[in-house]
Design a binder for this molecule. Structure first.
Ligand code: F6R
Length: 254
């Protein structure tokens, strides 16, 4: 059963949907993706990696999301991995979503990752996305420290695509594909918060008890760079899909 919790003043512009569990959240998220992309002439889907959107991607593949003309844009990528490293986000999205949907690698756009990353290369990526006419729907996860993409706490709300240092917590949370957190790359290239806010619609997914505290802070605390995900409340068209566990610290009736 989906509970739709409409916004308070704090949540203006933001629909909050609470699903029973992660499966139901994924099914709902997949429906939102399908509906949004079906209205776009040349659909562009912004994709996050990580554990949270995985069920949604599986659902989209099972339902056979129409991939005719669909392009994917990645939020972020590690710096320092070999181009075809399976642990990289481009390879992960290719495996989880693009290949099963028949989307060729040339229709998947990822931030640049050379070790000597220049601002010109980052601007080039942003230009590439603008040439696609921007992102129709951006899927976001939320880090336990409130990051979106790899915009760690303190990132400016008008930040653009750039190289960043990953925090120890983020390295810890992303170490499953690596031997341990020491083997997670130190740096990544990430879309900035300002870049992300340019997508026409945002879909933030949060599942599991470990996301409860930060989700409550992001949606009901102050809008502050200390919690990068709170920036989504500055966007006019946001859907947040949480499961009961992630929603457990949200006010009972918003
Ligand atoms: C990954 C990304 C990150 C994750 C976040 C949550 O592309 O942008 O911000 O969305 O770290 O990760 P999970 O879903 O693994 O908890």
């Amino acid at each position: 059963m989906i509970r739709e919790v409409y916004s308070t003043r704090t949540l203006e512009g933001c629909r909050l949907l609470v699903a029973e569990d992660a499966d139901e959240a994924a099914s709902l998220a997949a429906s939102i993706v399908e509906a949004t992309l079906s209205e776009a002439a040349s659909p562009v889907l912004g994709v996050a990696t990580g554990a949270t959107p995985l069920l949604t991607y599986e659902m989209l593949v099972r339902r056979g999301l129409s991939s005719h003309d669909l392009r994917l844009v990645l939020l972020d990528e590690y710096i320092g991995l070999a181009p075809n490293d399976e642990r990289g986000f481009a390879a992960t999205i290719q495996r989880q979503l693009a290949s099963p949907l028949g989307i060729s690698p040339d229709r998947v756009h990822a931030p640049p990752v050379s070790r000597t990353l220049t601002s010109a290369r980052c601007e080039g990526f942003e230009r590439e996305v603008r040439i696609l006419d921007g992102v129709d729907l951006q899927i976001l996860g939320i880090g336990q420290n409130g990051h979106i993409a790899f915009n760690e706490p303190g990132s400016a709300f008008d930040s653009r695509t750039r190289a960043v240092l990953l925090s120890p917590l983020t390295k810890q949370n992303n170490c499953s594909m690596f031997g341990g957190s020491d083997d997670v790359p130190e740096r990544a290239c990430t879309q900035g918060i300002g870049t992300i806010l340019e997508a026409r619609r945002l879909l933030l997914l949060a599942t599991g008890a470990q996301k409860a505290a930060i989700l409550a802070r992001a949606l009901f605390g102050s809008i502050d760079p200390a919690v990068p995900a709170s920036a989504i409340r500055l966007h006019p068209d946001v859907v947040v899909v949480a499961d009961t566990e992630a929603a457990r610290l949200l006010p009972a009736t918003a």
